[in-house]
Design a protein. Structure first.
Length: 56
């Protein structure tokens, strides 16, 4: 009974980790798209040069 519970627990942990990793991939893709849009649509600064769109 204990080995069966351990196998089920391991399967549950691996399923949860796989789901979390998949969600993190989608979050990374969304951040990349937002970053690219901000990079491409940044406004022109003084002197005609393109300024930074972020404030770091």
């Amino acid at each position: 009974m204990v080995p069966l519970l351990l196998v089920l627990l391991l399967a549950l942990i691996l399923f949860g980790a796989g789901f979390a990793i998949k969600v993190l991939w989608w979050v990374a893709v969304a951040v990349l798209v937002i970053w690219l849009l901000g990079f491409l649509m940044r406004s022109a600064g003084t002197g005609g040069t393109r300024g930074r769109w972020y404030r770091w």
